[in-house]
Design a protein around this ligand. Structure first.
Ligand SMILES: Cc1cc2nc3c(=O)[nH]c(=O)nc-3n(C[C@H](O)[C@H](O)[C@H](O)COP(=O)(O)OP(=O)(O)OC[C@H]3O[C@@H](n4cnc5c(N)ncnc54)[C@H](O)[C@@H]3O)c2cc1C
Length: 392
């Protein structure tokens, strides 16, 4: 007899969503994590992720008033390269959608998920998970005070440095980019028309994402020395820099929000599940913030894990581990490779790579069916969606 059916380690968006999904189906779930830190980021969540929030009864709730719909996505080649790519525009109307998704402040999404998970009966244990061992039909997770709790399965949602991944003996491939991403938000004098723009610059993408009225969030990827200089600037100085980088398209920039920097890394776990531990979110895969893929993939991890757990007698069985591993790797790995290639084609400044990027984006620009394929599969994947992302 175990204490819980599932232990989730980590209270980021992936862990909270997974715990809430399981508790909604009556699964005895404990969530182990330290208190959450402040995070000024917003996350662009596509329709399947929004559907998951709807399924959990937290969308629209009091989130929608603080978000903006993403009706149009633009990719602008701002590299100054000899082999510039044509500008690309994707409109949600082309897919008969109200919007591709919504841009939600993490500072609101995390408390909403937590409140819902608590209401659904998740047991919160405010500490870190330090280790795990399997024995019989159970996994025993060690907490920082050296006590142990047991379950059939542990969902490791404890981020890129996952202690649970290490405890399961899962190795990773990691790499870093010569870039730092700065996340902040700002007010602008001209409207954004619900358009998100990814300016592809020589140091990486500079992406504005709409928030309500005349506000936008920004993810600015830069070389480390320049990023450090930007982080040290006064509000007025940074606003002026943002105005230059946006070419005045949003008018005058003011009223900057808090900023935070993130060194850019990549990580792929060599297995996504092993020995009664399933990796979800950044414990399994880390990608640079390009094309809003990170959390959207993480929520699909959480929802698929919930589906498999519900359908199985032993939530930690080898067959469940194998199925999760195969299904998630088939989706995550190609996406990671594409994001990596896109980022490196900007960073390395090598003509053959720039040529390949220009060719790829030109094909998307000129070949209608290819563009539609990317919109449907890259932005709005419909095939093999987990239950919580499908039901209405
Ligand atoms: C600048 C930036 C912008 C982004 N924008 C987008 C976007 O627009 N759209 C999108 O889809 N994705 C975006 N992403 C990616 C997205 O933020 C991540 O995919 C997401 O935050 C990962 O969530 P997570 O729950 O896996 O991990 P985390 O958010 O890292 O959460 C991990 C949790 O585990 C806890 N923890 C750590 N160690 C332990 C332990 N030993 N025991 C218990 N708990 C532990 C931590 O306290 C934390 O609560 C962006 C990323 C960056 C850097």
């Amino acid at each position: 007899m175990t204490d819980y059916k599932v232990i989730v380690a980590g209270a980021g968006p992936a862990g909270l969503a997974a715990a809430a999904l399981l508790a909604k189906e009556g699964i005895a779930t404990a969530l182990v994590a330290p208190a959450a830190a402040e995070d000024p980021r917003t996350v662009a969540l596509m329709q399947p992720s929004i559907q998951l929030l709807r399924y959990l009864d937290i969308w629209p709730g009091n989130l929608e008033a603080h978000t903006a719909p993403l009706k149009k996505l633009r990719i602008i080649d701002d590299t100054g390269s000899l082999l510039a790519a044509p500008n690309l525009e994707f409109e949600s109307e082309e897919l008969n959608l109200e919007a591709f998704g919504w841009n939600i402040p993490l500072g609101l999404l995390l408390p909403a998920l937590r409140k819902r998970a608590e209401a659904l009966g998740v047991t919160f244990i405010e500490t870190t998970a330090t280790g795990a061992r399997t024995g019989g039909d159970a996994i025993h997770v060690t907490l920082s005070n050296m006590s142990e709790i047991s379950a059939s399965l542990c969902l490791a949602a404890d981020g890129a440095n996952s202690a649970m991944r290490k405890a399961a003996g899962i190795a990773t491939d990691t790499w870093s980019y010569d870039q730092i991403a700065i996340a902040t938000s700002f007010t602008h004098s001209m409207g954004h028309d619900n358009v998100s723009t990814e300016y592809h610059k020589a140091a990486g993408p500079f992406t504005t994402v709409p928030l309500p009225e005349s506000h936008s969030s920004l993810v600015w990827m830069e070389r480390p020395a320049r990023a450090e200089a930007l982080m040290a600037m006064s509000e007025g100085e940074l606003a002026a820099e943002i105005q230059i980088e946006t070419h005045g398209e949003l008018g005058l920039i003011s009223n900057l929000g808090p900023r935070k920097s993130f060194p850019m890394k990549g990580l792929t776990a060599r297995q996504f599940a092993k020995d009664r531990v399933i990796l979800i979110g950044e414990a399994a895969h880390v990608v640079p913030p390009i094309g809003a893929q990170g959390l959207n993939m993480s929520l699909r991890d959480a929802a698929l894990a919930a589906d498999l757990i519900l359908a199985s007698k032993d939530a930690g069985s080898d067959s469940l581990m194998a199925e999760y591993n195969a299904l998630r790797r088939a989706e995550v790995l190609p996406r990671q490779q594409l994001i990596d290639l896109m980022n490196k084609s900007l960073l390395l400044g090598l003509l053959p790579l720039e040529g390949a990027r220009a060719l790829g984006l030109s094909a998307l620009h000129y070949v209608g069916p290819l563009k539609r394929f990317i919109m449907e599969h890259g932005l709005q994947p419909k095939r093999n969606l987990p239950y919580a992302m499908r039901v209405s």
